[in-house]
Write a protein that binds this ligand. Structure first.
Ligand SMILES: C[S@@+](CC[C@H](N)C(=O)[O-])C[C@H]1O[C@@H](n2cnc3c(N)ncnc32)[C@H](O)[C@@H]1O
Ligand code: SF4
Length: 454
């Protein structure tokens, strides 16, 4: 697949935009979202269901970090956090004392900041309400620096099927510039142990666009990654948002690669990984051909939610913990994002919601369109029309001029059958999806809220 785009085109189209991991964009969220609407959503949960648990703690803060995390050197916050999670799980107004689930994901922060014993306690808490259905996927994000062999043995015994290591880079100069001390040898050793313990799917996260990341240095990181051969890879473009995350000011902006360099870095990753047998999946993932993400992409069955790309369609997602988002059909609810506010609210039975969004039929239609483009790089007008009871091109007439502009440059193909992003333009897939997002048309107060599309 040729991904080449000329430099001028790339530069002209580089802009701030959402990554669409969670559909509702800023204007759709309401701080006065009613508690009853969350309870109603949880009371209706049935069918494919996933649970996301946010563990916010990390030993230190990497200066590039865009996650909702809290630095914790001592163990006490973990004890208090687990007690609050136990209460939250006990009190969930689900339709039954126990419900079946197909996926449990621990994200963060760093879930392996918790000790193996605390992780066992967490799973015991989850088991009180969530019955793992046969084939249930249990995935955990892990920082290799704080993850031990005991963690891996404990997680394997708890039924963990998928581990994701944040690596970002194997390059010492880059790691030093982002204040992330990391020993290269640990990663290969932990991966080998996880494999021997039967964890079937191992993922590494890499990041491009970090300070001092030249093409040569990045190629070395990619070569080392290929040598370790994880089943999946996420290759994220560094989102530099110092106006939202002041700690990112610790990064020397002068050492950051520009938009063209970033595009070249991504293209190098694409070239080396596909040559090594990986299949490009969605916007920023790569997977070995027999991995479930790769087979889902080939079958046009890839989907997207707050956890990123997924193989499950229409999965209800119950989010637990600080800042966690629940996605329940037509409603999205995020819990408080400041630790002191979150656990005080849970402990005192006060309101734990920070904000929520209720989707109209129109929002759900646009979500479907945007996810189809982000996941499969194409959509069928007939399929969307049938699913939502509309005439696709008549309905999106007002969005067409923006799309025509991209089509004139060969960045998207439009016809009666639908919309298609050709292989060479996939780097700009967010730009195509953004044409269908009405929230981006309103002028925004303050600084930009989004990361760069390239
Ligand atoms: C919760 S962290 C992963 C687990 C663990 N905390 C670690 O760092 O090893 C999730 C991933 O988000 C990505 N990430 C964090 N900050 C980012 C940013 N500013 N831009 C793009 N990706 C980012 C990193 O690749 C990171 O591995
Ligand atoms: S370890 Fe992960 S979550 Fe924690 S600060 Fe670093 S990137 Fe962020």
């Amino acid at each position: 697949m040729g991904l080449s785009l000329d430099a001028a085109t790339l530069l002209r189209h580089t802009r701030q935009g959402p990554r669409y991991t969670s559909y509702p964009t800023a204007p759709m969220w309401r701080e006065d979202f009613p508690d009853a609407a969350l309870a109603e959503g949880l009371g209706r949960v049935r069918g494919p269901t996933a649970v996301y648990v946010h563990i916010p703690f990390c030993r230190e803060q990497c200066s590039f970090c865009g996650c909702n995390m809290v630095v914790a050197g001592r163990r006490e916050p973990g004890v208090r956090y687990l007690a609050a999670l136990r209460r939250q799980v006990d009190e969930l107004p689900l339709p039954a004392a126990q419900i079946g689930v197909d996926r449990i994901h621990l994200g963060g922060g760093t879930p392996t900041w918790l000790s193996p014993e605390e992780l066992a306690e967490l799973f015991a808490i989850l088991d009180t309400r969530f019955l793992r259905r046969p084939g249930c996927e249990v995935s955990v994000e892990a920082d290799p620096e704080v993850t031990t062999e005991d963690h891996l043995r404990g997680l394997a015994a708890l039924g963990c099927t998928r581990l994701s290591f944040g690596v970002q880079s194997f390059d010492e100069k880059v790691l030093e510039a982002v204040q992330r001390p990391q020993q290269r040898e640990r990663i290969g050793a932990l991966m080998a142990l996880a494999r021997s313990l039967g964890m079937g799917s191992l993922n590494l996260d890499l990041m491009y666009g970090l300070p001092h990341q030249s093409l040569d240095r990045w190629s070395e990181t990619l070569a080392e990654t290929i040598r370790i051969r994880p089943d999946r890879l996420a290759v994220f473009g560094y989102a530099h948002l110092p106006w939202l995350k002041p700690h990112m000011r610790r990064i020397d902006a002068g050492a950051l690669p520009g938009p063209l360099d970033r595009a070249e870095l991504f293209l190098r990753a694409h070239g080396m990984l596909t040559a090594a047998g990986y299949q490009a999946v969605g916007m920023d993932h790569f997977a070995l051909p027999d991995d479930a993400l790769a087979t889902a992409q080939r079958a046009g069955q890839l989907h997207r939610n707050f956890m990123g790309y997924t193989t499950h369609r229409d999965q209800q997602l119950i989010g637990l913990g600080m800042s966690a988002i629940s996605e329940l059909d037509d409603r999205y609810v995020q819990q408080k994002g400041k630790l002191s506010h979150w656990w005080t609210a849970v402990e005192t039975g006060a309101r734990v919601i920070e904000k929520g969004a209720l989707l109209t039929a129109e929002d759900k239609l646009r979500r479907d369109v945007i996810y189809a483009i982000m996941c499969n790089f194409e959509l069928s007008a007939a399929e969307i029309s049938a699913r939502h009871g509309v005439d696709f091109w008549a309905h999106f007439a007002a969005d067409r001029p923006g799309l025509e502009g991209l089509a004139a440059e060969g960045l998207v193909e439009l016809d009666a059958a639908g919309v298609k992003v050709p292989p060479h333009a996939r780097l700009l897939v967010r730009n195509v999806a953004m044409c269908f997002d009405p929230s981006l048309r309103a002028p925004q107060a303050g600084g930009p809220r989004f990361s760069s599309t390239v």
